[in-house]
Structures are given as structure tokens and as C-alpha cells.
Design a binder for this molecule. Structure first.
Ligand code: NDP
Length: 285
């Protein structure tokens, strides 16, 4: 019998995840279906309950439900899951497994990003100064794996400074771990005026609405990598990076395929080949 999976989010129409998982399934001979489902902003918990009732084996979770997914996978009560809309004490989860009445949560975004940067783009993170823009589900998901690569410093910038503060506390551990090898600091966008970074990662959802964070033009150090997690189009951030000296500019398609590969492995126990899928999707752009 075909095993059912889905990606749920809002918006979801732009998602390439169904295509990617269909390619993985064809490549590995796995009998699965995978669809994209638009969920109303207040309908996350109800949709998860419905998927379980309909015998889905798992799902991916995208904007803006990753914190709710963490809570639901950690047994937090329905009222709290319905009420939360930011990090608070939560973390981000993008992959759920429905198994024997249990909901198990994973985050494969960080592995996907680090794999795309260090392996596909062959760009070292170790010793580099990294700017991570955003304090939403995507940023929470990638912070740990980024720090594991031992950059010289991780600076977090977000419009809403309270959210940035909570995020930085979360990354450093509360209270901050004095032995942590990597300095993690929070800055507002105006505070970035005189700063330069080797890696600038756009983990905001600004590109979804054709906007970009208010970055100063001198933000890119020599040889810098500009990484937009958005995929499928040339974003304002990517255009800005090309015009302002970034050496390598990329969208998040490689990350998307790598995080999907990891999710597929969690669900099916088989690791698909990601390179041909990235090449096929690039060919369609
Ligand atoms: P969330 O809704 O959880 O967070 C949105 C974040 O974006 C917040 O920090 C918000 O700041 C910030 N933001 C939104 N608009 C602007 C703007 N105009 N200027 C500056 N900051 C802005 O979204 P996610 O974190 O889940 O997703 C973020 C992006 O990452 C999406 O585009 C998503 O598609 C992409 N993504 C890509 C993946 C991939 O595999 N390639 C994987 C995961 C995500 P504030 O708090 O101030 O409102």
C-alpha cells in the first residue's frame, strides 16, 4: 500500500517539496505519495489530527508552523499549541513522523543548509564571521548546526529585537555558556552599518513578499557568500548581494533538496541521491 506524506504550510503554492519527494521515490523505488497542503493560520493542530486519522506516515512543516510542530511533538497541550506564534521556549521542527499513536519531531533544515554550503558550494564555515538574518522557524532550525561548524562569530539580526533576544538566549543556552567556543550576539539592522561578514544568510521570509531586510551595502567581506533560503526566483536580497560585492550568491534550492533528503531518510531509512535532483530542478528554473 502507498504510504502517504505531505508538506503543510501557509503559503504553500510555491513549494517544490512534492516534486523532490516524487523524484526521491522514483530513484529509490519507494511506494509513497507526497502532496502540498495549505493550512489556515489557526488550523495547524486540527490538520495534524486529520492527517493522523487519514493514516499519513508523516509530514514536513513549513512557514509559519515550525514552532507549533515542535510543541505538538513534545506533548504540549492543544491550547498552547494553538496560542503560540513565536519561539518562546519552543524550538523549530520541520519533519514529523506519525508512529504507533506518537508524533516524533526532527529538524533537517540545519543539516540541509550546512551540507549545501560546505559540500555543494565547497565553502568553509569554520573560522568565518556569519550574519544570520531572521529569528523565525528557519533561523532556529539552522543555528545549532551552523555553530557546530565553529564560525568565528555568529551575529543574529532581526526587525523584532525581542524575538532576536529570545533566539540568542536560546542558542547560547540560558544562562549563557561561558565555555562556548563561538561568540553569538544580537544586533539591530542599523547596528550593522560598519560591519562586514564572510557569510550572510537570509533566513527571513522577506523574499516571499518581494522585500529584503534593510542591509547596508558594505556588508559583504572579500570573497563573501550570500545565501537566501528562499528558492525558485532571483530575490531582491540576491540582486543586492550581486550588486554589492558578494563573491558567491545563491538561493536555498540546494538546502531544500538536502533537508528533504534527510527527511526522506528519517521516514524511509534510505538515503536518496540529492545531486541529480538539484540539477533537475535547476534545469527547470
Ligand atoms: P517565519 O515566519 O517563522 O519567520 C519569519 C522571519 O522573517 C521573522 O524573523 C521576521 O522578522 C522576518 N521578516 C519577515 N519579513 C521581513 C522583512 N521584510 N524584513 C526583515 N525581516 C523580515 O518563517 P521561517 O523562518 O519558517 O521561514 C523563513 C524563510 O526561509 C522562508 O522564505 C522560507 O521559505 C525559507 N526556508 C527555506 C528553506 C529551504 O530549505 N530552502 C527551509 C526553511 C525555510 P520579525 O520577527 O521582525 O517579524
Amino acid at each position: 500500500m502507498t504510504d502517504k506524506y505531505a508538506v503543510i504550510g501557509n503559503p504553500i503554492a510555491h513549494s517544490k517539496s512534492p516534486l523532490i519527494h516524487q523524484m526521491f521515490a522514483a530513484q529509490t523505488g519507494q511506494d509513497i505519495s507526497y502532496e502540498a497542503i495549505l493550512v489556515p493560520l489557526n488550523g495547524f493542530r486540527v490538520k495534524i489530527e486529520q492527517l493522523i486519522k487519514d493514516h499519513y506516515k508523516g509530514c514536513n512543516v513549513t512557514v509559519p508552523f515550525k514552532f507549533k510542530a515542535y510543541l505538538i511533538a513534545n506533548g504540549v497541550s492543544s491550547e498552547v499549541v494553538d496560542a503560540i506564534d513565536s519561539g518562546a521556549d519552543a524550538d523549530a521542527v520541520n519533519t514529523l513522523v506519525f508512529q504507533n499513536g506518537e508524533i516524533i519531531g526532527y529538524n533537517t533544515d540545519g543539516i540541509g543548509l550546512v551540507c549545501d554550503i560546505t559540500q555543494n558550494l565547497d565553502f568553509d564555515i569554520a573560522g568565518k564571521r556569519v550574519l544570520l538574518m531572521g529569528a523565525g522557524g528557519a533561523a532556529y532550525g539552522v543555528a545549532g548546526p551552523l555553530l557546530d561548524q565553529l564560525p568565528s562569530e555568529l551575529v543574529v539580526a532581526n526587525r523584532n529585537l525581542h524575538k532576536a533576544e529570545m533566539f540568542v538566549k536560546k542558542i547560547r543556552g540560558v544562562p549563557p555558556n561561558p565555555e562556548s567556543a563561538v561568540s553569538v550576539v544580537r544586533k539591530s539592522y542599523p547596528e550593522l552599518m560598519e560591519e562586514k561578514f564572510d557569510i550572510v544568510i537570509n533566513a527571513t521570509s522577506s523574499s516571499l513578499s518581494d522585500e529584503m531586510p534593510p542591509l547596508p551595502p558594505g556588508i559583504f567581506a572579500d570573497g563573501a557568500l550570500a545565501y537566501d533560503m528562499m528558492y525558485g526566483k532571483e530575490t531582491l536580497f540576491m540582486k543586492f548581494a550581486r550588486e554589492n560585492g558578494a563573491a558567491i550568491v545563491t538561493d536555498g534550492l540546494g538546502m531544500l533538496v538536502e533537508q528533504a533528503g534527510e527527511a526522506f531518510f528519517i521516514w524511509r531509512g534510505i538515503r536518496p541521491k540529492t545531486a541529480p535532483v538539484i540539477a533537475a530542478l535547476r534545469g527547470q528554473q
